[in-house]
Design a protein around this ligand. Structure first.
Ligand code: BES
Ligand code: MN
Ligand code: ZN
Length: 503
Protein backbone atom coordinates (compact mmCIF):
# COMPACT_ATOMS: atom_id res chain seq x y z
CA UNK A 1 0.00 0.00 0.00
CA UNK A 2 1.21 3.42 -0.91
CA UNK A 3 0.89 6.09 1.76
CA UNK A 4 0.51 9.56 0.31
CA UNK A 5 0.39 12.92 2.04
CA UNK A 6 -1.11 15.56 -0.24
CA UNK A 7 -1.65 19.27 0.03
CA UNK A 8 -5.25 20.16 -0.55
CA UNK A 9 -8.76 20.51 0.82
CA UNK A 10 -10.32 17.23 1.99
CA UNK A 11 -13.87 18.33 1.24
CA UNK A 12 -12.87 18.84 -2.38
CA UNK A 13 -10.81 15.67 -2.75
CA UNK A 14 -12.00 12.89 -5.05
CA UNK A 15 -11.80 9.60 -3.17
CA UNK A 16 -13.72 6.33 -2.77
CA UNK A 17 -14.06 6.87 0.96
CA UNK A 18 -13.14 9.53 3.46
CA UNK A 19 -12.59 8.38 7.04
CA UNK A 20 -13.96 10.67 9.73
CA UNK A 21 -13.04 9.73 13.31
CA UNK A 22 -15.60 10.93 15.88
CA UNK A 23 -15.66 11.16 19.65
CA UNK A 24 -18.58 9.72 21.57
CA UNK A 25 -21.42 11.98 22.66
CA UNK A 26 -20.33 15.08 20.73
CA UNK A 27 -23.29 16.48 18.87
CA UNK A 28 -21.72 19.81 17.98
CA UNK A 29 -19.54 19.41 14.92
CA UNK A 30 -16.27 21.29 14.79
CA UNK A 31 -13.96 22.75 12.16
CA UNK A 32 -13.30 20.46 9.20
CA UNK A 33 -15.99 17.96 10.18
CA UNK A 34 -18.50 20.80 10.27
CA UNK A 35 -17.35 21.93 6.83
CA UNK A 36 -17.59 18.39 5.42
CA UNK A 37 -21.06 18.10 6.90
CA UNK A 38 -22.15 21.42 5.40
CA UNK A 39 -20.78 20.57 1.97
CA UNK A 40 -22.38 17.13 2.00
CA UNK A 41 -25.79 18.55 2.80
CA UNK A 42 -25.84 17.81 6.50
CA UNK A 43 -25.12 14.10 6.05
CA UNK A 44 -23.05 13.69 9.19
CA UNK A 45 -25.52 15.59 11.38
CA UNK A 46 -28.26 13.36 10.02
CA UNK A 47 -26.45 10.14 10.90
CA UNK A 48 -25.64 11.35 14.40
CA UNK A 49 -29.03 13.02 14.92
CA UNK A 50 -30.89 9.84 13.99
CA UNK A 51 -28.90 7.96 16.62
CA UNK A 52 -27.42 5.68 13.95
CA UNK A 53 -23.96 6.51 15.16
CA UNK A 54 -22.86 7.55 18.63
CA UNK A 55 -19.06 7.53 18.37
CA UNK A 56 -18.58 4.52 20.64
CA UNK A 57 -15.11 3.05 20.30
CA UNK A 58 -14.67 1.31 16.90
CA UNK A 59 -18.30 1.87 15.90
CA UNK A 60 -18.68 2.22 12.13
CA UNK A 61 -21.11 3.90 9.79
CA UNK A 62 -20.74 4.06 6.00
CA UNK A 63 -22.81 6.56 4.02
CA UNK A 64 -22.94 7.40 0.33
CA UNK A 65 -22.69 11.06 -0.47
CA UNK A 66 -24.63 10.73 -3.70
CA UNK A 67 -22.10 12.88 -5.45
CA UNK A 68 -22.76 16.08 -3.50
CA UNK A 69 -19.05 16.15 -2.67
CA UNK A 70 -16.23 14.50 -4.66
CA UNK A 71 -15.79 11.81 -1.96
CA UNK A 72 -18.08 8.86 -2.74
CA UNK A 73 -18.47 7.66 0.82
CA UNK A 74 -18.11 8.99 4.32
CA UNK A 75 -16.96 6.38 6.82
CA UNK A 76 -17.54 7.48 10.40
CA UNK A 77 -15.52 5.61 13.00
CA UNK A 78 -15.91 5.96 16.76
CA UNK A 79 -12.94 6.84 18.92
CA UNK A 80 -14.83 6.67 22.24
CA UNK A 81 -15.09 9.40 24.89
CA UNK A 82 -12.71 12.30 24.47
CA UNK A 83 -11.76 12.16 28.16
CA UNK A 84 -10.60 8.54 27.75
CA UNK A 85 -8.64 9.14 24.55
CA UNK A 86 -5.34 7.39 23.92
CA UNK A 87 -3.25 7.19 20.74
CA UNK A 88 -3.67 3.42 21.04
CA UNK A 89 -7.42 3.90 20.44
CA UNK A 90 -6.70 6.07 17.42
CA UNK A 91 -4.53 3.28 15.95
CA UNK A 92 -7.37 0.83 16.55
CA UNK A 93 -10.03 3.13 15.09
CA UNK A 94 -8.10 3.70 11.87
CA UNK A 95 -7.32 -0.01 11.60
CA UNK A 96 -11.03 -0.81 11.99
CA UNK A 97 -12.03 1.80 9.41
CA UNK A 98 -9.35 0.65 6.96
CA UNK A 99 -10.53 -2.97 7.21
CA UNK A 100 -14.09 -1.80 6.65
CA UNK A 101 -12.98 0.00 3.49
CA UNK A 102 -11.17 -3.15 2.33
CA UNK A 103 -14.27 -5.28 2.92
CA UNK A 104 -16.17 -2.86 0.64
CA UNK A 105 -13.68 -3.97 -2.03
CA UNK A 106 -12.31 -0.46 -2.48
CA UNK A 107 -8.71 0.05 -3.42
CA UNK A 108 -8.15 3.53 -2.05
CA UNK A 109 -9.31 5.83 0.76
CA UNK A 110 -8.33 9.02 2.53
CA UNK A 111 -8.65 11.16 5.61
CA UNK A 112 -7.59 14.48 7.10
CA UNK A 113 -5.99 14.90 10.50
CA UNK A 114 -7.96 18.15 10.80
CA UNK A 115 -10.92 15.92 11.73
CA UNK A 116 -9.15 15.10 14.99
CA UNK A 117 -9.37 17.73 17.71
CA UNK A 118 -6.78 17.06 20.33
CA UNK A 119 -4.03 18.86 22.14
CA UNK A 120 -1.58 16.11 21.18
CA UNK A 121 1.40 16.84 18.92
CA UNK A 122 0.44 16.47 15.27
CA UNK A 123 3.34 14.14 14.44
CA UNK A 124 2.20 11.73 17.14
CA UNK A 125 -1.32 11.68 15.70
CA UNK A 126 -0.01 11.21 12.17
CA UNK A 127 2.16 8.28 13.23
CA UNK A 128 -0.72 6.61 15.07
CA UNK A 129 -3.01 6.95 12.05
CA UNK A 130 -0.46 5.53 9.61
CA UNK A 131 0.48 2.71 12.00
CA UNK A 132 -3.17 1.85 12.59
CA UNK A 133 -3.88 1.63 8.87
CA UNK A 134 -0.70 -0.23 7.85
CA UNK A 135 -0.69 -2.69 10.74
CA UNK A 136 -4.46 -3.20 10.76
CA UNK A 137 -4.54 -4.15 7.07
CA UNK A 138 -1.82 -6.78 7.45
CA UNK A 139 -2.70 -10.21 6.10
CA UNK A 140 -0.53 -13.27 5.60
CA UNK A 141 -1.49 -14.85 2.30
CA UNK A 142 1.78 -16.27 0.87
CA UNK A 143 0.55 -19.86 0.90
CA UNK A 144 -3.00 -19.33 -0.36
CA UNK A 145 -3.30 -20.51 -3.94
CA UNK A 146 -7.07 -20.86 -4.32
CA UNK A 147 -9.15 -17.76 -5.15
CA UNK A 148 -6.17 -15.48 -4.95
CA UNK A 149 -8.11 -12.88 -6.91
CA UNK A 150 -10.52 -12.64 -3.97
CA UNK A 151 -7.77 -11.44 -1.67
CA UNK A 152 -8.41 -7.74 -1.26
CA UNK A 153 -5.61 -5.24 -0.87
CA UNK A 154 -5.82 -1.48 -0.50
CA UNK A 155 -3.48 0.23 -2.94
CA UNK A 156 -3.36 3.75 -1.60
CA UNK A 157 -4.11 5.72 1.56
CA UNK A 158 -4.02 9.50 1.36
CA UNK A 159 -3.83 12.10 4.11
CA UNK A 160 -4.95 15.52 2.91
CA UNK A 161 -3.69 18.66 4.60
CA UNK A 162 -4.13 22.23 3.47
CA UNK A 163 -1.79 24.00 5.88
CA UNK A 164 1.84 24.09 4.67
CA UNK A 165 3.46 23.75 8.08
CA UNK A 166 1.17 20.92 9.17
CA UNK A 167 1.67 19.23 5.80
CA UNK A 168 5.43 19.11 6.33
CA UNK A 169 5.06 17.69 9.83
CA UNK A 170 2.60 15.04 8.65
CA UNK A 171 4.76 14.03 5.71
CA UNK A 172 7.81 13.40 7.86
CA UNK A 173 5.81 11.57 10.53
CA UNK A 174 3.96 9.44 7.97
CA UNK A 175 7.23 8.40 6.34
CA UNK A 176 8.68 7.42 9.69
CA UNK A 177 5.58 5.44 10.66
CA UNK A 178 5.58 3.73 7.27
CA UNK A 179 9.18 2.57 7.73
CA UNK A 180 8.47 1.27 11.22
CA UNK A 181 5.23 -0.45 10.17
CA UNK A 182 7.08 -2.06 7.31
CA UNK A 183 9.60 -3.52 9.78
CA UNK A 184 6.73 -4.80 11.97
CA UNK A 185 5.11 -6.48 8.95
CA UNK A 186 8.47 -7.98 7.99
CA UNK A 187 8.63 -9.51 11.49
CA UNK A 188 5.02 -10.75 11.20
CA UNK A 189 5.79 -12.40 7.85
CA UNK A 190 8.86 -14.15 9.24
CA UNK A 191 7.00 -15.42 12.32
CA UNK A 192 3.98 -16.51 10.26
CA UNK A 193 6.16 -18.47 7.87
CA UNK A 194 6.04 -22.20 8.65
CA UNK A 195 9.08 -23.96 10.07
CA UNK A 196 9.85 -25.76 6.81
CA UNK A 197 10.03 -22.45 4.96
CA UNK A 198 11.80 -20.46 7.66
CA UNK A 199 14.83 -22.43 8.76
CA UNK A 200 17.91 -20.91 10.42
CA UNK A 201 19.45 -20.74 6.94
CA UNK A 202 16.39 -18.83 5.67
CA UNK A 203 16.72 -16.42 8.59
CA UNK A 204 20.33 -15.79 7.65
CA UNK A 205 19.20 -15.09 4.06
CA UNK A 206 16.71 -12.51 5.32
CA UNK A 207 19.48 -10.94 7.40
CA UNK A 208 21.60 -10.75 4.25
CA UNK A 209 18.88 -8.63 2.59
CA UNK A 210 18.79 -6.29 5.57
CA UNK A 211 22.56 -5.95 5.37
CA UNK A 212 22.31 -4.36 1.91
CA UNK A 213 21.49 -1.10 3.66
CA UNK A 214 23.94 1.65 4.40
CA UNK A 215 26.02 1.20 7.58
CA UNK A 216 24.80 -2.36 8.07
CA UNK A 217 27.19 -5.29 8.31
CA UNK A 218 26.44 -8.97 8.56
CA UNK A 219 28.39 -11.92 9.86
CA UNK A 220 26.89 -15.40 10.07
CA UNK A 221 28.76 -17.99 12.10
CA UNK A 222 28.24 -21.60 11.05
CA UNK A 223 28.46 -24.60 13.37
CA UNK A 224 32.18 -25.18 12.77
CA UNK A 225 32.97 -21.57 13.64
CA UNK A 226 30.76 -21.70 16.70
CA UNK A 227 32.38 -24.92 17.79
CA UNK A 228 35.81 -23.34 17.47
CA UNK A 229 34.98 -20.53 19.91
CA UNK A 230 33.11 -22.81 22.31
CA UNK A 231 29.42 -21.99 21.94
CA UNK A 232 28.50 -25.44 23.20
CA UNK A 233 25.29 -24.48 24.99
CA UNK A 234 23.85 -23.21 21.70
CA UNK A 235 25.27 -26.14 19.73
CA UNK A 236 23.88 -28.57 22.30
CA UNK A 237 20.35 -27.43 21.45
CA UNK A 238 21.10 -27.57 17.71
CA UNK A 239 22.33 -31.18 17.81
CA UNK A 240 18.89 -32.77 17.52
CA UNK A 241 18.20 -31.11 14.17
CA UNK A 242 19.54 -31.79 10.68
CA UNK A 243 19.14 -28.13 9.83
CA UNK A 244 22.43 -26.33 10.39
CA UNK A 245 22.30 -23.72 13.14
CA UNK A 246 23.34 -20.14 12.37
CA UNK A 247 24.54 -17.38 14.63
CA UNK A 248 23.49 -14.14 12.96
CA UNK A 249 25.39 -10.98 13.81
CA UNK A 250 23.77 -7.93 12.23
CA UNK A 251 25.56 -4.67 13.00
CA UNK A 252 24.28 -1.16 12.39
CA UNK A 253 26.79 1.65 12.81
CA UNK A 254 24.83 4.90 12.42
CA UNK A 255 26.36 6.77 15.38
CA UNK A 256 29.88 7.88 16.27
CA UNK A 257 32.26 5.03 15.59
CA UNK A 258 33.69 5.39 19.09
CA UNK A 259 30.32 5.07 20.86
CA UNK A 260 29.72 1.62 22.32
CA UNK A 261 26.73 -0.04 20.69
CA UNK A 262 23.51 -1.30 22.16
CA UNK A 263 23.39 -5.08 21.85
CA UNK A 264 20.00 -6.54 20.93
CA UNK A 265 19.85 -10.29 21.42
CA UNK A 266 16.89 -12.28 20.07
CA UNK A 267 15.87 -15.91 20.56
CA UNK A 268 15.71 -17.59 17.16
CA UNK A 269 14.09 -21.00 17.48
CA UNK A 270 12.62 -21.55 14.03
CA UNK A 271 10.77 -24.47 15.58
CA UNK A 272 10.63 -25.66 19.18
CA UNK A 273 9.30 -29.20 19.55
CA UNK A 274 10.71 -29.35 23.06
CA UNK A 275 13.35 -31.88 21.96
CA UNK A 276 13.59 -35.11 23.97
CA UNK A 277 11.44 -33.41 26.64
CA UNK A 278 8.90 -33.22 23.85
CA UNK A 279 5.89 -30.91 24.04
CA UNK A 280 2.29 -32.13 23.82
CA UNK A 281 1.23 -32.20 20.16
CA UNK A 282 -1.74 -29.91 20.69
CA UNK A 283 -0.79 -26.40 19.55
CA UNK A 284 2.79 -27.50 18.90
CA UNK A 285 2.41 -25.83 15.49
CA UNK A 286 2.44 -22.46 17.24
CA UNK A 287 6.07 -23.10 18.14
CA UNK A 288 7.03 -21.99 14.63
CA UNK A 289 6.75 -18.56 16.28
CA UNK A 290 9.61 -19.25 18.71
CA UNK A 291 11.93 -16.95 16.76
CA UNK A 292 9.75 -13.89 17.33
CA UNK A 293 12.47 -12.31 19.50
CA UNK A 294 15.11 -12.85 16.83
CA UNK A 295 13.03 -11.33 14.07
CA UNK A 296 12.02 -8.41 16.30
CA UNK A 297 15.74 -7.68 16.56
CA UNK A 298 16.13 -7.98 12.78
CA UNK A 299 13.13 -5.68 12.23
CA UNK A 300 14.52 -3.11 14.66
CA UNK A 301 17.92 -3.05 12.93
CA UNK A 302 16.19 -2.78 9.55
CA UNK A 303 14.09 0.21 10.69
CA UNK A 304 17.06 1.87 12.44
CA UNK A 305 18.98 1.73 9.14
CA UNK A 306 16.03 2.91 7.05
CA UNK A 307 15.48 5.82 9.45
CA UNK A 308 19.24 6.54 9.47
CA UNK A 309 19.16 6.70 13.26
CA UNK A 310 22.32 8.09 14.79
CA UNK A 311 22.98 5.08 16.99
CA UNK A 312 25.11 1.98 17.00
CA UNK A 313 23.24 -1.26 17.49
CA UNK A 314 24.27 -4.86 17.04
CA UNK A 315 21.71 -7.61 16.62
CA UNK A 316 22.71 -11.08 17.79
CA UNK A 317 20.43 -13.94 16.81
CA UNK A 318 21.17 -17.56 17.63
CA UNK A 319 18.98 -19.48 15.16
CA UNK A 320 18.24 -23.20 15.35
CA UNK A 321 15.54 -25.83 15.60
CA UNK A 322 14.91 -27.83 18.75
CA UNK A 323 14.15 -31.40 17.66
CA UNK A 324 14.47 -34.87 19.20
CA UNK A 325 16.94 -36.39 16.69
CA UNK A 326 19.23 -39.37 17.28
CA UNK A 327 22.08 -37.11 18.29
CA UNK A 328 19.89 -34.75 20.28
CA UNK A 329 20.96 -33.44 23.67
CA UNK A 330 19.26 -35.18 26.56
CA UNK A 331 18.03 -34.48 30.08
CA UNK A 332 20.99 -34.96 32.38
CA UNK A 333 23.54 -33.79 29.83
CA UNK A 334 25.99 -31.15 30.97
CA UNK A 335 26.91 -28.41 28.51
CA UNK A 336 29.86 -26.05 28.72
CA UNK A 337 28.79 -22.54 27.73
CA UNK A 338 30.85 -19.95 25.88
CA UNK A 339 31.37 -18.21 29.23
CA UNK A 340 33.06 -21.37 30.57
CA UNK A 341 30.27 -21.99 33.07
CA UNK A 342 28.60 -25.40 32.98
CA UNK A 343 24.91 -26.12 32.68
CA UNK A 344 23.00 -29.23 33.64
CA UNK A 345 20.12 -29.85 31.25
CA UNK A 346 17.03 -30.87 33.18
CA UNK A 347 14.60 -30.16 30.36
CA UNK A 348 15.52 -29.98 26.70
CA UNK A 349 12.42 -27.80 26.34
CA UNK A 350 14.14 -25.01 28.30
CA UNK A 351 16.32 -24.47 25.23
CA UNK A 352 15.85 -20.73 24.75
CA UNK A 353 17.96 -19.82 27.75
CA UNK A 354 20.75 -22.13 26.53
CA UNK A 355 21.13 -20.51 23.13
CA UNK A 356 20.70 -17.06 24.67
CA UNK A 357 23.38 -17.79 27.27
CA UNK A 358 26.03 -18.07 24.57
CA UNK A 359 24.63 -15.14 22.58
CA UNK A 360 24.66 -12.92 25.69
CA UNK A 361 28.27 -13.86 26.40
CA UNK A 362 29.17 -13.19 22.77
CA UNK A 363 27.56 -9.73 23.08
CA UNK A 364 30.34 -8.85 25.53
CA UNK A 365 32.78 -8.83 22.60
CA UNK A 366 31.25 -5.52 21.51
CA UNK A 367 31.71 -3.93 24.98
CA UNK A 368 28.09 -2.76 24.64
CA UNK A 369 26.59 0.19 26.52
CA UNK A 370 23.57 -1.99 27.19
CA UNK A 371 22.26 -5.45 26.38
CA UNK A 372 18.57 -6.09 25.75
CA UNK A 373 17.28 -9.53 24.90
CA UNK A 374 13.89 -10.40 23.48
CA UNK A 375 12.63 -13.95 23.70
CA UNK A 376 9.50 -16.09 23.66
CA UNK A 377 11.10 -17.66 26.67
CA UNK A 378 8.51 -19.08 29.05
CA UNK A 379 4.93 -20.29 29.19
CA UNK A 380 5.09 -19.12 32.80
CA UNK A 381 5.26 -15.51 31.63
CA UNK A 382 2.07 -16.03 29.61
CA UNK A 383 0.36 -17.47 32.69
CA UNK A 384 1.56 -14.55 34.83
CA UNK A 385 0.77 -11.65 32.50
CA UNK A 386 -1.42 -12.87 29.62
CA UNK A 387 -0.95 -11.90 26.01
CA UNK A 388 -1.21 -8.11 26.36
CA UNK A 389 2.12 -7.45 27.89
CA UNK A 390 5.81 -8.26 27.79
CA UNK A 391 7.52 -9.35 31.00
CA UNK A 392 10.57 -7.26 31.89
CA UNK A 393 13.40 -8.30 34.19
CA UNK A 394 16.88 -6.89 34.44
CA UNK A 395 19.83 -5.69 36.40
CA UNK A 396 19.84 -1.99 35.58
CA UNK A 397 17.18 0.47 36.74
CA UNK A 398 18.10 3.22 34.28
CA UNK A 399 17.83 0.84 31.35
CA UNK A 400 14.53 -0.48 32.65
CA UNK A 401 13.24 3.09 32.86
CA UNK A 402 14.28 3.79 29.29
CA UNK A 403 12.42 0.71 28.11
CA UNK A 404 9.39 1.70 30.15
CA UNK A 405 9.47 5.13 28.49
CA UNK A 406 9.62 3.53 25.05
CA UNK A 407 6.73 1.27 26.06
CA UNK A 408 4.66 4.28 27.09
CA UNK A 409 5.39 6.02 23.81
CA UNK A 410 4.52 3.04 21.60
CA UNK A 411 1.82 1.32 23.68
CA UNK A 412 3.75 -1.93 23.44
CA UNK A 413 3.26 -2.57 27.12
CA UNK A 414 5.92 -4.00 29.43
CA UNK A 415 5.54 -5.00 33.07
CA UNK A 416 8.38 -5.63 35.42
CA UNK A 417 8.76 -8.85 37.37
CA UNK A 418 11.24 -9.03 40.28
CA UNK A 419 14.65 -10.60 39.85
CA UNK A 420 15.59 -10.89 43.51
CA UNK A 421 18.45 -12.97 44.89
CA UNK A 422 16.01 -15.55 46.28
CA UNK A 423 15.23 -16.76 42.78
CA UNK A 424 18.88 -17.43 41.97
CA UNK A 425 18.93 -20.30 44.50
CA UNK A 426 16.50 -22.20 42.32
CA UNK A 427 18.84 -22.61 39.35
CA UNK A 428 21.87 -23.95 41.23
CA UNK A 429 22.79 -27.44 40.14
CA UNK A 430 24.18 -30.30 42.24
CA UNK A 431 26.58 -31.41 39.53
CA UNK A 432 27.19 -28.33 37.35
CA UNK A 433 27.21 -24.57 37.90
CA UNK A 434 23.58 -24.10 36.94
CA UNK A 435 20.59 -26.12 35.82
CA UNK A 436 18.35 -24.98 33.00
CA UNK A 437 15.06 -25.57 34.82
CA UNK A 438 14.18 -23.92 38.12
CA UNK A 439 10.79 -25.59 38.60
CA UNK A 440 7.33 -24.30 37.73
CA UNK A 441 6.81 -21.60 40.38
CA UNK A 442 8.18 -18.26 39.19
CA UNK A 443 9.24 -19.87 35.90
CA UNK A 444 9.58 -16.58 34.00
CA UNK A 445 11.85 -15.23 36.72
CA UNK A 446 14.08 -18.25 37.20
CA UNK A 447 14.62 -18.20 33.42
CA UNK A 448 15.75 -14.58 33.67
CA UNK A 449 17.92 -15.41 36.70
CA UNK A 450 19.60 -18.04 34.55
CA UNK A 451 20.25 -15.56 31.72
CA UNK A 452 21.73 -13.05 34.16
CA UNK A 453 24.65 -15.44 34.78
CA UNK A 454 25.85 -14.94 31.22
CA UNK A 455 25.66 -11.15 30.68
CA UNK A 456 28.79 -10.13 32.53
CA UNK A 457 28.76 -6.64 34.02
CA UNK A 458 26.83 -4.86 31.31
CA UNK A 459 23.53 -3.12 31.99
CA UNK A 460 20.99 -5.72 30.88
CA UNK A 461 17.27 -6.13 30.46
CA UNK A 462 15.42 -9.27 29.44
CA UNK A 463 12.04 -9.01 27.71
CA UNK A 464 9.90 -12.16 27.75
CA UNK A 465 7.52 -11.76 24.79
CA UNK A 466 6.01 -15.28 24.95
CA UNK A 467 2.53 -13.79 25.59
CA UNK A 468 2.17 -11.01 23.02
CA UNK A 469 4.25 -12.55 20.20
CA UNK A 470 1.47 -14.85 18.98
CA UNK A 471 -2.22 -13.98 19.32
CA UNK A 472 -5.08 -16.45 19.20
CA UNK A 473 -7.67 -13.69 18.58
CA UNK A 474 -7.74 -10.45 16.65
CA UNK A 475 -6.83 -7.19 18.33
CA UNK A 476 -7.79 -3.80 16.86
CA UNK A 477 -4.64 -3.37 14.78
CA UNK A 478 -3.07 -6.81 15.22
CA UNK A 479 -4.78 -9.58 13.25
CA UNK A 480 -4.53 -12.92 15.11
CA UNK A 481 -1.27 -14.78 14.62
CA UNK A 482 2.10 -13.09 14.57
CA UNK A 483 2.07 -9.63 16.15
CA UNK A 484 5.56 -8.34 15.38
CA UNK A 485 5.83 -7.28 19.02
CA UNK A 486 9.09 -5.69 20.09
CA UNK A 487 9.91 -3.98 16.82
CA UNK A 488 8.14 -0.69 17.60
CA UNK A 489 9.39 -0.85 21.19
CA UNK A 490 13.02 -1.32 20.19
CA UNK A 491 12.92 1.31 17.43
CA UNK A 492 11.49 3.83 19.90
CA UNK A 493 14.19 2.85 22.38
CA UNK A 494 16.89 3.44 19.76
CA UNK A 495 15.30 6.75 18.71
CA UNK A 496 15.49 7.91 22.34
CA UNK A 497 19.02 6.54 22.63
CA UNK A 498 20.15 9.01 19.93
CA UNK A 499 19.54 11.91 22.31
CA UNK A 500 21.91 10.31 24.79
CA UNK A 501 24.63 9.94 22.14
CA UNK A 502 24.41 13.65 21.30
CA UNK A 503 24.86 14.87 24.89
N1 BES B 1 9.25 -21.49 23.57
C1 BES B 1 8.85 -21.97 24.84
C2 BES B 1 8.05 -20.96 25.63
C3 BES B 1 6.68 -20.60 25.11
C4 BES B 1 5.58 -21.28 25.57
C5 BES B 1 6.51 -19.57 24.24
C6 BES B 1 4.32 -20.94 25.13
C7 BES B 1 5.26 -19.21 23.79
C8 BES B 1 4.17 -19.90 24.23
C9 BES B 1 10.08 -22.33 25.65
O1 BES B 1 11.17 -22.80 24.96
C10 BES B 1 9.68 -23.40 26.61
O2 BES B 1 9.37 -24.47 26.16
N2 BES B 1 9.70 -23.09 27.90
C11 BES B 1 9.35 -24.02 28.90
C12 BES B 1 10.37 -23.90 30.00
C13 BES B 1 10.28 -24.97 31.06
C14 BES B 1 10.59 -26.33 30.48
C15 BES B 1 11.26 -24.63 32.15
C16 BES B 1 7.97 -23.66 29.41
O3 BES B 1 7.65 -22.48 29.50
O4 BES B 1 7.20 -24.59 29.67
MN1 MN C 1 11.06 -24.93 24.67
ZN1 ZN D 1 11.29 -22.21 23.01
Amino acid sequence: MKIVVKKGEITEFRTEAVIVPCFEGRRELQGKVKLLDKKSGGLIKQIIGAGDFTGKLFELSVRYTGGIIPAKRIVLVGVGKKADFTTEKLRGAFATAARCVRSLKLSEFSTSLDFIFLSKPLDEIARAVVEGVSLGLYQYTSFKTIDRDKIRAIKEFTIIEENEKAYNIIRAAAKEAEIISCAVCFARDMVSAPGNEMTPTDMAHEARKIAKRKNVKLKVLNETEMNKIGMSAFLGVARGSEEPAKFIVLEYWGGNKSDPPVALVGKGLTFDSGGISIKPSEKMDEMKSDMAGGVAVMGAIMAAADLSLKVNAVGLIPATENLPGGRAYKPGDILKSLSGQTIEVLSTDAEGRLILADALTYAGRFKPAAIIDLATLTGACVIALGDHVTGMMGTDDRLKHKIQDAANATDEKVWELPLWEDYHELIKSDVADYKNHGGRPGGAITAAAFLSKFVGNYPWVHLDIAGPAWLTRDKPYIPKGASGVGVRLMVQFLKDWQKRSKS
